[in-house]
Design a protein around this ligand. Sequence first.
Ligand SMILES: *Cc1c(COP(=O)(O)O)cnc(C)c1O
Length: 486
Amino acid sequence: MERIQDAYRADTFREDGHRLIDQLADYLEALHERPGEQPAMPYQRPNELWSQWREAPPANIQELFARVLQQSVAVHHPQYMGHQISPPVPVAALAGLLGDFVNNGMGVYEMGMAGTVLERLVVERMARELGFGPEAGGFLTSGGTLANLTALLTARSLKVPERVWTEGQREPLALMVSAEAHYCVDRAARIMGWGSEGVIKVPTDDNYCLRTDLLPECLEAARQRGRRVIAIVGSACTTATGSFDDLEALADFAEAHDLWLHVDGAHGAALALSPEYRHRVAGLERADSVAMDFHKMLTTPSITTALLYKRQRDTYATFQQRAAYLLEWEQPDNWYDLARRTFECTKLMLGLKAYAILATQGVEFWRDYVTRVCRTTEQFAAQVRQRKSLKLAMEPQTNIICFRYHSEGMTEEALNHINRSIRQELLEDGSFYIVQTLLDQSVYLRCTLTNPFTTETHIAGLLEIIEKIGAKLRAGQPSTSALYES
Ligand SMILES: *Cc1c(COP(=O)(O)O)cnc(C)c1O
């Protein structure tokens, strides 16, 4: 019993908690004031790190926290320009701590009263921001991947007249999506049992946007193969290059052919909040459903995703299932027992984290944030254009930018090798964190400008190093990366 009492002691919690917050505040301060002294990426090889922990476990909770902090990629570092995760606003992380502590399960109203109400407020606010009307609704869910699957399940429920839920799926179905879409759309179709033929990948143009002129022939070809197409998924934007599909054209096509239009706006739906950039998502409000990640461009801890619907009533069609032990599912206007409409039964108090930002900073903060990181990315592109040995994949449309080291007369294979080596050297050096992607078989360096404190100076520093490593490798000197060689 003593052990049990010990684990729940209020005074220890108070002490540990204060210490942790101090530690995090010091860390944030150091990243803001002396970023040059901290690595953005304190890279260690997986097996090394694993044996370190196995052989020397932390002596106490402070050491555990300190080590985790020291061994994690610093998303708050202005030279973090890697994957799409945004640096969470500290107040949202605090809200996360509160949510973890009260641990309300959110499946039914009583098990998450405040969380349920805040979720509705966040969803309604975001639906308005995207341009949806008063009929709109939705909920929060655990990630864009799950949101996309859930939206497609709704589409299937509503577009297929047989009762798939009770009788199983009889007809081979399909959806249409850009060849550059996030892999989770393909995965969702396969989970639903549609197989490879269930995903019609429409080719893209020079900017990696879906070629809407090819939609009629893709639809016809699918029909010829005996497929019934029920949905079209727009990318706003794609993950690799940040390319926005023409949502107006997709909406026209969907309307003409009675298709469900889902927009995967996991990354880019947030551009709707920026007066300067919202033209990129023109037509978004015509979608039947939109997925939007708060942990990508809305500075909320992972994972917080809104699945928004043009019509709230559609959300009740997804899971036509009874769970007798839960409460009052039958009431048509029961918006508050969330598990009825979400994939999850128990889920985190996601609305709390986003609401904490809304309540303290207002939506204007998000407008400023989105605008700022997109502008910084345009400055990045301008700097790439000025450097002879660097080349853009395309003009950036959001805060994602792809470019590569380039030199006349080198084979594609050699360029791919150089760009891969550059990224690997940067990873191990750790002062900057960037990633890479493959576009039409060519290796490109890829950055997401997610930290609002990243400036032109940080960008110039990065490009300088890249050119230097590139020139060195081009001259035939071996990569300093021991990892890459092994
Ligand atoms: C990140 C991303 C996803 C996946 O979202 P998660 O929240 O990581 O599950 C889906 N689609 C696009 C376009 C994305 O950028």
